[in-house]
Ligand binder design. Structure first.
Ligand code: NCD
Ligand code: ZN
Length: 363
């Protein structure tokens, strides 16, 4: 039996408010516990988006009632809310800036709209950017100009990880996360659509593989593995959409990931591609430091390192009802999660009530 500290996922979409048919704070934090996570930080691209005091309160109310693990809630950077967002920095998980193609309404295309956020958001609170490729280079330049830390979400490309490596070597305060799906899947896993598309039928397969950032080439995947020391955190970007939505004509991007991240990564530990200290650094120590998260006393995860089994959506707690890793054989199973002295999960059962979870910014 392997004992790990409570894992931290700094990037999840729990869909509350506004899309609770996909997920809510209850099912999302249950999925987190089943995956060995005891803190999740929820993204603001909900309906309505979280961008001011009243929407932040709306999300935090839902979380307070329903969350089973500890949580934080991001505030989104919009075109006119830099001052308001900055004033809420102490209660939010961090500021999320959407600078590239995404799901939802929050997006800042124009660099003059980035500026007030870089200027005003207090330097001691986390700023996270969804910025890909050249946009990422621009976001890192902004962080250097304003001399403030920036965390780059879901790095997926070779050019990105190499630029982050170079920026770190220059002393720029940049950190980054990589998602398991960008380590385990590539473009080659996207099935080609049947042509012509059968009359009246939605798409099947290729819609499921839609995700932002998109699945990349094998060369990109290899570059991420080769630069493991540049990666600060593993984050799931848990982005649940239902199968009906994924198989529709207009599939929204996103994969669920909370329940598959640890087993997939533990499997690579058993193959000597990753080490346990690496895993603890990227799923606990580094995110705790980067996002200034509190210590969770009497909190740990017990893992059976030798359990071999198949990933099955039917055994998951996420409401979305599917996983891109269906049928994958993995080695390493979460047996038990103890959160602040209470057994929260054991042998496939959630044992903690909704509302036990605490806001990591409560003080
Ligand atoms: C995210 C979602 O569904 O909310 N989708 C995704 O593919 N990652 C949006 C996002 O994080 O950009
Ligand atoms: Zn996301």
């Amino acid at each position: 039996m392997l004992k790990l500290p409570g894992l931290i996922d700094p990037h999840v979409h729990l869909r509350e408010p506004g899309a609770t048919h996909k997920e809510d704070f209850d099912t999302g934090t249950s999925a987190a516990l089943a995956g060995g996570f005891t803190i999740v930080l929820a993204m603001p691209n909900t309906k309505p988006p979280i961008f001011d005091a009243s929407t932040l309160e709306l999300a935090l109310d839902g979380a307070k009632q329903k969350a089973r693990c500890d949580y934080g809630q991001y505030i989104g950077a919009g075109p006119g809310n830099a001052e308001i967002a900055a004033s809420l920095a102490g209660t939010a998980a961090g500021l999320k800036m959407y600078l590239d193609s995404t799901f939802g309404e929050l997006r800042l295309d124009d660099m003059t709209l980035w500026q007030p956020h870089f200027e005003k958001y207090p330097k001691q609170f986390p700023l996270v950017a969804h910025s890909e490729s050249r946009t990422m280079a621009a976001a890192i330049l902004f962080s250097a100009l304003y001399d403030r830390p920036i965390h780059i979400a879901h790095v997926s490309l070779k050019e990105e990880i190499l630029l982050i490596k170079a920026a770190k070597e220059k002393g720029i305060k940049v950190t980054c996360e990589v998602c398991p799906h960008h380590l385990f899947l590539s473009k080659d896993d996207i099935p080609s659509p049947p042509s012509p598309l059968p009359e009246g039928e939605g798409r099947r397969g290729e819609g499921r593989m839609e995700v932002r950032p998109r699945l990349a080439t094998k060369e990109d995947v290899d570059a991420l593995w080769r630069n493991m020391d540049v990666i600060d955190c593993f984050a799931t970007d848990h982005a649940p959409h239902t199968l009906a939505e994924k198989d529709s004509e207009n599939p929204p991007p996103g994969f669920p990931g909370l329940e598959t991240a640890l087993p997939l990564l533990l499997t690579t530990v058993s193959e000597s591609r990753l080490t346990i200290p690496d895993l603890i650094a990227k799923m606990h120590t580094n995110p705790r430091k980067i996002f200034h998260l509190p210590e969770q006393p009497e909190t740990w995860v017990e893992v059976d390192e030798n359990a071999i089994y198949e990933i099955k959506a039917s055994e998951q707690f996420t409401r979305c009802g599917w996983t891109p890793f269906e049928g994958w054989k993995v080695k390493g199973k979460v047996r038990k999660v103890v959160l602040r002295g209470k057994t929260a999960f054991e042998d496939g059962q959630i044992l903690i009530q909704a509302g036990y979870g605490q806001n990591v910014r409560r003080s």
